[in-house]
Design a protein around this ligand. Structure first.
Ligand SMILES: [Zn+2]
Length: 91
């Protein structure tokens, strides 16, 4: 979690490089969620360190992320479960 008191990349004590953290929108971000890769909308802002490029997901970002990941997973749930079932049958 990013410290609310600082926008430096060392809000977790020893972890971090001391760079500046800025909100960043970008294309091509993805998360592994329930063993499925989900690509995020490019308009979602996630704070990122300008030096070490680490994502700093604060509480508000985590809430938004959870909503998006669950929503997108549910959209494709039938296909995902069907694919898993076919895979299990092959083993
Ligand atoms: Zn950093």
């Amino acid at each position: 979690m990013q410290s609310k008191d600082s926008n430096l990349c060392n809000g977790r004590g020893d972890i971090g490089c001391g760079g500046q953290i800025f909100p960043l929108k970008m294309d091509g971000r993805w998360f592994l969620f329930k063993d499925v890769v989900i690509f995020l909308d490019k308009d979602l802002e996630i704070p990122r360190c300008d030096r070490c490029k680490a994502d700093w997901i604060d509480d508000d970002t985590q809430v938004a992320l959870d909503v998006i990941l669950n929503r997108d997973y549910e959209v494709h749930r039938e296909l995902i479960e069907a694919a898993r079932e076919r895979y299990r049958e092959r083993q």
